[in-house]
Design a protein around this ligand. Structure first.
Ligand code: BG6
Length: 476
């Protein structure tokens, strides 16, 4: 077998999220969640940012999450395809509003629990470890309307009850857990990230950092609960990763990049180190933010995560004079366009070495095992006359990133596994499109929701199967 940097038992697989794959948005007693209110099209961004308040569905809009790829009804066949590729891990999320349709109930919805039990059992049947995110961009709408979502301290109680319910109901089936997907995204896309909607006159940063405090307390509490329910449980935080490079070596640009990194790493600093970082006090003071805390919060925050997971699509770039006018409009986390790298069809940077740089920084900073739980290329695919999808561009992107991850392992970093994003085509979180495809498996569905939903393995499916079989030794 070819030489490999990857340790024995390294977990190989792919990732999806309930809100982008399951569809069946009202089946089995599910309540409406934030993502169900986010339309495709020109109104999408305003709703995601929390400035266009959307509490009612509109007849003139299309909501891609409502049917998505119908994973809810097709998960057995889809998981069988993943097993065929040799997956040893499969990342998905639980839709909170399937378990607690409104979010503030005390008794869970039995149908929701049964659905996930069956799905996780199906994974186990194929010797696939589920890696489960408790909250991936979906908060029950009732909690948004009644309580203001994470603005409200009561969310800590609701989320803890939901998490405990999951740990108990899926004990023995799931041992790898993530609390909040890309927790730092709440600063950049507040409604989709944390169910936040702004009112006129709000100090947005005050609202977001107060919500962040509640999520951080909830995440720490839930980590503790997970360990109490079963000491075998391993809980991770999850960062939308990618280091900021200084645009030049001008000291002001270097400082700008450091500050931009801190803005995102702030969350992980708390979750992985157990306390607010030293720089937070000055940042809050200068932004005029006052965080309301409760006695005991500092103790709760000491429940740090077992591992640090992250997504990596590209590195970022900052300068002292960056502003709305000169940043790359393609990214929700604002970044200058790096002239030294190439870009995807959606304007996202392609920078495999940036992955190695990011992983080294994160391990230097946290000294906890890393898990790369999202990485991939969103691209347009074409089905040729023979019905094949020859996605060499995707293979090449993944190959270079897996190589870079191998280098990071050789650098001495413990890495638990790799789940490429959107292992089966699904709805794009940023644009709501289906045509922004990441999968090894093609799904016949277009941006308007038309198509048979039939599944077809792409060329990358067969390539990834070899990668897994050789434990990352054969990347050709
Ligand atoms: C991450 C999210 O931000 O990136 C996923 O956790 C998302 O939910 C993925 O789908 C890729 O982004 P997009 O916008 O191309 O779907």
């Amino acid at each position: 077998m070819a030489e490999t940097a990857f340790p024995k038992g390294f977990l190989w697989g792919g990732a999806i999220a309930a809100n982008q794959a399951e569809g069946a948005y009202q089946a089995g007693g599910k309540g409406l969640s934030t993502v169900d209110m986010i339309p495709h099209g020109e109104n999408r961004l305003g709703v995601k940012l929390g400035v266009d308040k959307r509490f009612e569905l509109r007849a003139d809009e299309f909501y891609p999450s409502h049917q998505a790829i119908d994973f809810y009804h097709r998960y057995k066949d889809d998981i069988a395809l993943m097993a065929e590729m040799g997956f040893t891990v499969f990342r998905t999320s639980i839709a909170w509003s399937r378990i607690f349709p409104k979010g503030d109930e005390t008794t869970p919805n039995a149908e929701g629990i049964a659905f996930y039990r069956d799905m996780f059992a199906e994974c186990k049947k194929h010797n696939i470890e589920p890696l489960v995110t408790l909250c991936h961009f979906d908060v029950p709408m009732h909690l948004v309307q009644e309580y203001g979502s994470w603005r409200n301290r009561k969310m800590v109680e609701f989320f803890s009850r939901y998490a405990r319910t999951c740990f108990e109901a899926f004990d023995g089936l799931v041992k790898y857990w993530l609390t909040f997907n890309e927790i730092n995204i709440m600063l950049h896309s507040p409604f989709s990230g944390a169910g936040l909607v702004f009112e006129a006159g709000d100090n947005k940063e005050q609202v977001m950092y107060q919500a962040a405090h509640h999520e951080l307390v909830a995440s720490a509490l839930v980590t503790k609960i997970a360990h109490e329910v079963n000491p075998q449980n391993q809980v991770g935080c999850m960062l939308a990763g990618g280091n900021f490079y200084p645009y030049s070596c001008k000291p002001e640009d270097v400082w700008a990049a450091l500050e931009k990194d801190r803005e995102n790493l702030f969350f992980i600093d708390v979750q992985a180190r157990g306390a607010y970082p030293a720089y937070a006090a000055r940042m809050f003071r200068e932004k005029g933010i006052e965080i309301v805390t409760e006695p005991g919060d500092n103790e709760i925050l000491k429940n740090t995560v077992d591992f640090v997971s992250f997504s990596y699509y590209a590195s970022r770039c900052a300068s002292a004079d960056m502003n709305e006018g000169n940043t790359n409009p393609a990214n929700i986390i604002k970044s200058l366009k790096n002239p030294h790298i190439t870009f995807s069809q959606w304007g996202w940077g392609i920078d495999p070495l940036g992955l190695r740089i990011t992983m080294n920084m994160m391990y230097d900073r946290y000294q906890k095992p890393l898990f790369l739980v999202e990485n991939g290329l969103g691209a347009k695919d074409e089905v040729n006359a023979k019905g094949e999808i020859n996605d060499d561009y995707r293979i090449s992107y993944l190959r270079e990133h897996i190589k870079a991850m191998g280098e990071a392992i050789e650098d001495g970093i413990p890495v638990m596994g790799y789940t490429s994003w959107g292992c089966i085509d699904l709805v794009s979180a940023s644009t709501g499109e289906m045509s922004k495809r990441y999968g090894f498996v093609y799904v016949d569905r277009d941006d308007e929701g038309k198509g048979t939903l039939a599944r077809t393995p792409k060329k990358s499916f067969h390539w990834y199967k070899k990668v897994i079989a050789s434990n990352g030794g054969d990347l050709e």
